[in-house]
Design a protein around this ligand. Structure first.
Ligand code: ATP
Ligand code: MG
Length: 563
């Protein structure tokens, strides 16, 4: 892309992936994730342990996954589904989802997992944008959310229904799998062949469809090992749903490629269940998100200490800024810090991280991954100016790593706009300290301008969370005649605290002491929950739209929504 990357010595991920050395450039995510291990004699090792909502427990070896995904690939091939076709999955975290992902990739198809909790409209829009040829789902989901409109989707050829029976016009997956051969020769995809389409979380607006290619697997192999310490045999639990990029990149691909033993839990967050799972399954590496960590904090240190969690050796978090308070709490509750890392659907993999062995600075996202060129920049027209230490600017990355997006579906102009001067512009504001650690300030859209100060919501939220009563905080700027904008906070409370004027005053006083009067919120509003995306991100734009009475925009990914 530019001189600097050309000059740079060989990228640290260049040796990843055995198949990449194939003379025809063959690289396929599923082959790297499962079949290669079977070929190398590790077929009997455990790949996945599935924990059902109702207590079910199923173990899959690498050979089991290789075989099941081959059957799935054959089911599709036998029904005329062709290389490059789009396969969508809409289901909970059941084994079929993982088999479908691997089978579709093996067959050279383009896979898109959706959150099963999406309503009919978000499902339909995404399937339209992604030209879905195949949908894999369950009978209840199909009947409730899809049957009414599916016939109007011209691209769709096949609906597979998990289980023994299927509604009319659909194919039941279980008998089809039994009838299919267990041998399938992986389609010889090349590095640049599309493999996955993920939709962004919709935190700042309408979700975008992001295209990733098979070559991404080399970065997943590399970053899984370097940022999450995934090793052969490591017991690893990524709590994310594959409907969000984390649940695929690091909830399917990275652990399998690194021959780890992954845990898949069908159930949603439940404190007791989570601690019990770690203790019983002896989870070693745990990758989760700030929302869950804040819920654990809310339940207190003693709740964590009641369990034997001594198997844990590495904790990591992604998706939202991780409050320093949460890192400090984790040290007390688990005897080790959560390691924050930063990336996006667009980057496909972890870019900035507190890696194993690095000194963690609570509140910092860590340092760029080896081989990743990250900068803090100011965008001036076509040009991009590099900023120095401690200056706040946009986080920019020099493209060239394999899991970088290759496009936004049907949005070529938007894709082009994300680049300037050879940099990819992330849309997030950060600063870098003298030791090269990056600190999240806020989304470019969320920045608050008050009385000549620029305020990042994260800083204010951190100060609020320090107060013993506050569990979560979402901070926005609201228009003000004299100040331009003033800072307003929405908070949820920890158990044992009741909303009231006195508490509001106290929290504001605390914030003023920590932040000074210019930055501290002018008003604190108590809420039972904050609006969040399904991937657990606070939707500040929605707090703001509601505050201003302006249109709410795309809320297809909204999950929690109580006031
Ligand atoms: P949309 O692009 O549709 O508005 P989104 O940006 O939330 O949604 P994702 O790609 O799922 O969609 O999320 C990536 C974003 O999440 C990052 O750009 C950043 O704003 C935030 N994020 C992820 N990890 C971190 C982190 N460790 N610290 C702070 N923010 C983070
Ligand atoms: Mg985004």
């Amino acid at each position: 892309m530019d001189d600097r990357s050309a000059e740079r010595s060989v990228a640290p991920w260049s040796g990843e992936g055995v198949a990449a050395d194939a003379p025809d450039g063959f690289v396929n995510i599923a082959w790297e994730a499962v079949d290669r291990h079977v070929r190398d004699g590790f077929g009997t090792e455990r790949a996945m342990l599935w924990l059902g909502k109702d207590g079910g427990r199923l173990a899959f070896s690498y050979a089991d996954l290789a075989e099941a995904s081959s059957r799935f690939a054959n089911v599709l091939a036998a029904r005329g589904i062709e290389r490059g076709d789009g396969v969508f999955a809409l289901m909970g975290r059941t084994p079929e989802l993982y088999v479908a992902a691997l089978g579709a990739l093996k067959a050279g198809l383009v896979f898109t997992p959706l959150f099963s909790a999406f309503g009919p409209d978000p499902i339909r829009t995404r399937m339209e944008i992604g030209d879905a040829r195949v949908l894999v789902t369950t009978a209840p989901l199909y009947l409730r959310k899809i049957a009414d409109w599916i016939h109007a989707l011209p691209s769709l050829k096949l609906v597979l229904i998990v289980g023994e029976d299927a509604p009319e016009g659909c194919v039941a997956l279980a008998p089809a799998m039994r009838g299919a051969s267990a041998a399938f020769e992986t389609v010889r995809t090349g590095p640049e062949d599309p493999a996955l389409i993920h939709f962004t979380s919709g935190t700042t607006g309408k979700p975008k469809g992001v295209v990733h290619v098979h070559d991404a697997v080399r970065y997943h192999a590399f970053s899984g090992r370097e940022a999450l310490d995934l090793r052969p045999g490591a017991i690893y639990w990524c709590t994310a749903d594959p409907g969000w990029v984390t649940g695929t990149s690091y909830g399917i691909v990275a652990p399998l490629v690194n021959r780890a033993r992954m845990i898949v839990d069908e159930a949603e967050f439940d404190l007791e269940r989570w601690y019990a799972t770690i203790a019983r399954e002896k989870v070693e590496v745990w990758y989760t998100a700030p929302t869950a960590i804040r819920m654990m904090m809310r339940s207190g240190e003693a709740a964590a200490k009641a369990w034997d969690l001594s198997s844990l050796r590495f904790l990591a978090s992604v998706g939202e800024p991780l409050n320093p308070e949460a890192v400090i709490w984790s040290q007390k509750a688990f005897g080790q810090p959560f390691h924050d890392n930063w990336w996006q659907t667009e980057t496909g993999g972890i870019m900035i991280a507190n890696r194993p062995g690095m000194a963690v600075k609570p509140g910092s996202m860590g340092r760029p991954m080896p081989g990743i060129d990250a900068a803090v920049v100011e965008h001036r027209g076509e040009a991009v100016a590099l900023l120095g230490d401690d200056e706040v600017g946009e986080l920019a990355l020099r493209p060239g790593w394999p899991s970088m997006m290759r496009g936004y579906l049907h949005e070529e102009a938007r894709f082009r706009k994300a680049f300037a001067d050879g940099w990819y512009l992330s849309g997030d504001l950060v600063r870098r300290d003298a030791e090269g650690y990056f600190w999240f300030v806020g989304r470019a859209d969320d920045l608050i301008k008050t009385s000549g100060h620029l305020v990042g919501p994260f800083e204010v939220e951190n100060a609020l969370i320090e107060h013993e009563a506050v569990a979560e905080a979402g901070v926005i700027g609201v228009p003000d005649e004299t100040a331009g904008e003033v800072v307003k906070a929405y908070v949820t409370l920890n158990p044992g605290f009741e909303p009231g004027e006195a508490l509001e005053r106290e929290i504001r006083g605390h914030a003023r002491k920590r932040l000074g009067p210019a930055v501290a919120p002018r008003e604190v509003v108590f809420r039972r929950s904050l609006p969040k995306t399904r991937s657990g991100k606070i939707m500040r734009r929605l707090l703001k739209a509601r505050e201003l009475g302006s249109p709410e925009g795309d809320i297809s990914t909204l999950e929690t929504d109580e006031t």
